[in-house]
Design a protein around this ligand. Structure first.
Ligand code: CP
Length: 337
């Protein structure tokens, strides 16, 4: 990917290593704005169409926040039933219409491939906020950005890391997209832990293996895993044929302080794309880890704003002029990351 300007961001397959590092560099430069040490009006007058046809807290709100932090305005559509899609309007027609009202569009939809189909009708760039069980490219970028930051502080780089992924690896679009991004780096060791029925799709494992990475697939969390990153996931109950089927797997792989201490290194970083299912029957990431300094889940959510600001700046071609539009912050602020 040579230039981001005017491009849709639909899949992690678009990125090479240089493109990823360029996004991370712009994300680093966004920190003073996210921390409210200064603000910018570089996108003053620009409008984001933020379309979420499936439930979301982080992705929807952080897209909006990121756009606001760059000085732009946000128009939201949430839920299928409140849009004309519920009357049978096609994704193509919806895209033609809404791209007339926006400078850029972010979209989540429950159907795999739907965001790419929408983008075909759009006259402005479209960023995929998650399409069914397929992909979640901005989550993968913020996850990898978090891995890079966390490991850099330990003196490591992405090359050579050992990544354990746990849970519903079949339906979890975040692990699909993250695995493909990690595969662009060198000498990664993947340990994939899930019930056999919820294993990582062969198509994703092939990407890892074709890049020469070591892959271990198991249905047991046993012994010492020696991973640098433990990436826990939720059972994606909304992707199962029935609630009864999903219930068979909920609670199968829990992580709490005792299990973490037994199987992982004392500096293994704990990640989860969130939301974590905190109901007793699931509780895949226990609250007793909340004060563990290796728990990076809320650093991930903060990093999501930086990465999404970077993607807006790059896609709208303002990444090199943001500081020309700097303003002072005049209210009391002591925000920390
Ligand atoms: N991680 C993630 O996509 O969270 P939301 O579903 O809240 O957007």
């Amino acid at each position: 990917m040579n230039s981001f300007t005017g491009q849709h961001i639909l899949s992690v397959n678009q990125f090479d290593r240089d493109a990823i590092l360029r996004i991370f560099s712009v994300a680093d430069a966004m920190q003073p704005y996210a921390l409210r040490q200064k603000r910018t009006t570089v996108l003053d007058g620009a409008i984001l169409g933020n379309l979420f046809f499936e439930a979301s807290t982080r992705t929807r709100v952080s897209f909006g926040t990121a756009f606001n932090l760059l000085g732009g305005e946000v128009r939201e559509t949430t839920g299928m039933s409140s849009s004309a899609l519920a009357k049978g309007e096609s994704l193509y027609d919806t895209a033609r219409v809404l791209s007339g009202y926006s400078d850029i569009i972010t979209m989540r939809h429950p159907q795999a491939g739907s965001v790419a189909e929408f983008a075909e009708g759009s006259r402005v760039p479209v960023i995929n906020g998650g399409d069914g069980a397929n992909e979640h490219p901005t989550q993968a970028l913020l996850d990898l950005y978090t891995i890079d930051k966390e490991q850099r502080s330990l003196g490591n780089q992405i090359d050579g890391l050992h990544i354990a992924m746990i849970g519903d690896l079949k339906h979890g679009r975040t692990v699909h997209s993250l695995s493909k991004l990690l595969s662009l780096f060198d000498n990664i060791q993947f340990t994939l832990i899930s019930p056999p029925e919820l294993a990582m799709p062969d198509s994703v494992v092939s990407v890892m293996e074709n890049h020469g990475h070591r892959v271990t697939i198991t249905d047991q969390l046993s012994g010492s895993v020696s991973a640098d990153i433990c990436y826990q996931t939720r059972i994606q109950e909304e992707r199962f044929a029935s609630q009864e089927e999903a219930n068979r797997y909920r609670g199968r792989f829990r992580l709490n302080n005792e299990i973490y201490t037994k199987h992982f290194k004392s500096n293994t970083v704990i990640m989860h794309p969130l939301p974590r299912d905190s109901r007793a029957e699931a509780n895949e990431l226990d609250n007793d880890l909340n004060l563990n300094p290796n728990l990076a889940i809320f650093r991930q959510t903060d990093n999501g704003v930086l990465v999404r600001m970077a993607l807006f700046a790059l896609t709208l071609g303002v990444d090199n002029i943001i500081s020309h539009y700097d303003r002072d912050v005049v209210w009391h602020s002591n925000k920390r990351l």
